[in-house]
Design a protein around this ligand. Structure first.
Ligand SMILES: Nc1ncnc2c1ncn2[C@@H]1O[C@H](COP(=O)(O)OP(=O)(O)O)[C@@H](O)[C@H]1O
Ligand SMILES: [Mg+2]
Length: 394
């Protein structure tokens, strides 16, 4: 589906946007304010909110990095160096920092190489050059943020790093970010980090550094309210001279559960289905099977494919229990597996971002409405039959 594509109307996120504005406003004034970690399920609108923050930052005279998307194989040092450099270029365009820009190159080059900069002659003649990287991520990140923060402050701006899919960072990387932000709050420098990720992200951050609890605020990005769902549908329609009748709206509110991915998918197909300028509940009903097939193939299936055959059995056993959350012990029983085997499958699925643990001893899917998808397409008996021998240990 159109993941990460800005919607025609971004609705229901005023609170988060206000909080972000307050954050950069306070940092601009030399005050402390926790950075933000936004968490929520897949398809709930985290990426587009991050993109919205990018443009808000820009409008408010701040300098956003380009959003970094973390994957399990991301070279974080290199990505961060690129993002910092892009931010410096933006800063330079806005404020003409001139020579200062060059002084960062040694440090950033060291970041990209992942080891200490060679301390080469090139920079020893430059009295303004910032020392090269040490190869220790935490120290290097603190140094980068301090230099960047001071540069930004002396030009009356600030820099915000935008990090998407942050749950895929390793522990050392989370530790380094927390340590660098700790230093920023001590020095009251205008650097912010806004991360988005799956529900396990806040726990991972606090596990990495316990003081991450107060350095960040952790707002949830949840499904849209009924009102915001209606607006998401009505605003773009109105601009195109189209309307949804009341029953059609109520139906989409109901089947989407307020999840933006589903709202957009149903809104679009029902619109395509409607013969005239009014979208009726008949159009919503007629488009439902088309939407479901599309969602199955483009939204759910890509997630399912990330799992190994044995992990699929685990997910099928979850779904077989009904809708979540589930007790891990019930899942193990349902898949007739030894607890140790089940728990290693569970951990692997959490790591892949397919499930999370909402509570001790509990699991649920990170993708909304995934459970009915599994029952529809991959029921337990079918998936268990496909798994390699040993898939269910008795
Ligand atoms: N607040 C919103 N209002 C309307 N549509 C939204 C909103 N947030 C997201 N969307 C739409 O929902 C879909 C999923 O958004 P995305 O940001 O990719 O979700 P996530 O990153 O949480 O998986 C996209 O098509 C996006 O345009
Ligand atoms: Mg996303």
């Amino acid at each position: 589906m159109s993941a990460g594509n800005p919607p025609a109307a971004l609705t229901g996120r005023d609170a988060q946007i206000e909080q972000f504005k307050r954050l950069i406003g306070r940092l601009s004034n030399g005050l402390n304010e926790p950075s933000m970690i936004l968490w929520g399920l897949r398809g709930v609108g985290k990426t587009v909110l991050l993109l919205e923050f990018e443009s808000v930052a820009d409008q408010e005279g701040w300098t956003p990095s380009e959003p970094i998307e973390i994957r399990s194989d991301t070279d974080f040092r290199a990505e961060l160096a690129d993002a910092a450099y892009a931010a410096l270029l933006r800063l330079n365009r806005r404020k003409a920092i001139g020579e200062k820009l060059k002084s960062f190159t040694g440090l950033l080059a060291g970041f990209k190489a992942g080891v200490g900069a060679d301390g080469g002659l090139e920079f020893s003649f430059d009295p303004n050059a910032i020392g090269g990287s040490t190869g220790d991520l935490e120290r290097d990140l603190i140094q980068l943020f301090v230099e960047l923060g001071e540069t930004a402050r002396s030009h009356d701006t600030g820099v915000v790093f935008l990090v998407d899919e942050m749950q895929f960072l390793g522990r050392a990387e989370m530790e380094a970010i927390a340590a660098a932000m700790h230093r920023m709050s001590q020095l009251k420098l205008p650097i912010a980090v806004v991360g988005t990720g799956l529900p396990q992200l806040p726990g991972l951050m606090v596990e990495a550094k316990s003081y991450a609890e107060r350095l960040f605020s952790y707002p949830q990005v949840g499904p849209l309210s009924e009102q915001a769902t209606r607006e998401a549908l009505l605003k773009p329609a109105e601009e195109a001279g189209v309307e949804f009748d009341a029953r059609a709206l109520a139906q989409i509110v109901e089947i989407s559960g307020g999840y933006p991915t589903f709202i957009q998918a149903y809104g679009k197909e029902a619109w395509n289905m409607a013969p005239g300028p009014t979208i009726s509940s008949d159009d919503v009903e007629a488009s439902a099977p088309i939407v479901q097939t599309k969602l199955d193939e483009e939204f759910f299936h890509v997630r399912f494919e990330k799992a190994t055959p044995r992990e699929r059995v685990y997910m099928a056993a979850m779904a077989d229990l009904g809708d979540g959350p589930y007790r891990s012990s019930d899942v193990a029983k349902r898949m007739a597996s030894r607890p140790a085997t089940a728990s290693s499958l569970r951990d692997a699925l959490i790591k892949k971002g397919l499930i999370f643990s909402p509570d001790h001893g509990a699991v649920d899917f990170t993708v909304p409405h995934f459970s009915p998808f599994m029952r529809r397409r991959y029921p337990l008996e079918a998936v268990a039959g496909d798994a390699p021998a040993g898939g269910s240990e008795r």
